[in-house]
Write a protein that binds this ligand. Structure first.
Ligand code: TYM
Length: 328
């Protein structure tokens, strides 16, 4: 059996990186796999969250997933905190995870920065919770963007450590699925930084909630250079390369085709082309999201249906895990 688990944090708006790097692939994978998609609210509280904003963000992300094409007849969408097995398994897996493995995690190093002593335990053990998210469903495949690759390798190591200790093949080693041509979307302001919800500048990203005017404004203000044509010396022009990747990915053409379409155009020509394709692609999603958000009760029903399905699978795993460990 092939089962997918993946998740997205409800902190701020979803952006084009989340969409092209992950969610669009989640939609495509629904036909070949059993899919469970999670709003990672337990991960969100590794940094302080205001309760009302968190509630709102969980509903917004759920609406975004439906608007992007997650089919509720096939796949489950649920909020992580409603399935207590995630936290329970995270503790158990933490007892199989050497500190040395966690010390290697680059995301923790980046997020904790110079204030390592004040960094929270939850932020440090975040990848163990991620392993629990995946393993509690015995998921075989995990579609993510490039930035989550290291966390997934750790999930495989943790699954292996547990299996070795109990001399079983209980947990399948989950395979990362890093698919498509936009696995690492960069900031519109700085082509060396990834597009991120936590970037202070909203001009660094295109949000799924942005209207046509906002999209046009952000692309217009995106950092550019003064090369006469788009195709020239792209290896050394991260901003131009990023906009070209976005264009090709949204339009559904190869990089070569995109380059051919831009032939003779300068940076502002590329920006115009990208604006058109981004608005055309995103406006139906934004419209559908707004309709869905006008009916919060429906969103809550979607989540409780997803939670029931998730609890059912996760509960079975936890029973077996407890038996293996020797809990009465
Ligand atoms: P999060 O919320 O940061 O991102 C959600 C998904 O979007 C991808 N992504 C990107 N892809 C391309 N370019 C970008 N600039 C970009 N930014 C984000 C991420 O790789 C991810 O796939 N810890 C996870 C959520 C999570 C999870 C899990 C994922 C919790 N438990 C278990 C998989 C399995 C996170 O913070 O993703």
């Amino acid at each position: 059996m092939k089962r997918i688990l993946s998740g997205v944090q409800p902190t701020g708006n979803l952006h084009l990186g989340n969409y092209l790097g992950a969610i669009r692939n989640w939609v495509k994978l629904q036909d070949g796999y059993e899919c469970l998609y999670m709003v990672a609210d337990l991960h969100a509280i590794t940094v302080p969250q205001e309760p009302d904003s968190l509630r709102k963000a969980v509903r917004e992300v759920t609406a975004a997933l439906i608007a992007c094409g997650i089919d509720l007849e096939k796949s489950a969408i649920f909020n992580q905190s409603a399935v207590s097995a995630h936290s329970e398994l995270a503790w158990i897996l933490g007892c199989h995870t050497p500190l040395g493995w966690l010390n290697r995690m680059t995301q923790f190093k980046e997020k904790a920065g110079k204030h390592r002593e004040e960094a929270l335990l939850g932020l440090y053990s975040y990848p163990v919770l991620m392993a629990a998210d995946i393993l509690v469903y015995k998921a075989t495949h995990v579609p993510v963007g490039e930035d989550q690759k290291q966390h997934l390798e750790l999930s495989r190591d943790i699954a292996g450590a547990f299996n070795r200790q109990y001399n079983t093949e209980f947990f399948p080693l989950p395979e990362p699925l890093i698919l498509g041509d936009a696995t690492r979307v960069m900031s519109l302001r700085d082509g060396s930084k990834k597009m991120s919800k936590s970037d202070e500048s909203d001009y660094s990203r295109i949000n799924l909630t942005d209207d046509a005017d906002a999209i046009a404004k952000k692309i217009k203000k995106a950092t550019s250079d003064s090369y006469p044509t788009v195709g020239e010396n792209l290896e050394n022009r991260p901003e131009a390369a990023n906009l070209l990747t976005l264009y090709a990915s949204l339009k559904g053409v190869t990089r070569e085709q995109a380059l051919a379409e831009c032939a003779g155009k300068n940076f502002s020509g590329l920006k115009q082309m990208l604006t058109e394709v981004a608005v055309a692609h995103l406006s139906p999603i934004t419209r559908r999201m707004r309709e869905l958000l006008a009916a919060p009760d429906y969103i809550d029903q979607v989540l409780s249906k997803g939670v029931a399905r998730a609890r059912n699978i996760a509960g079975g795993t936890m029973q077996e895990v407890k038996e293996m460990i020797g809990f009465l």
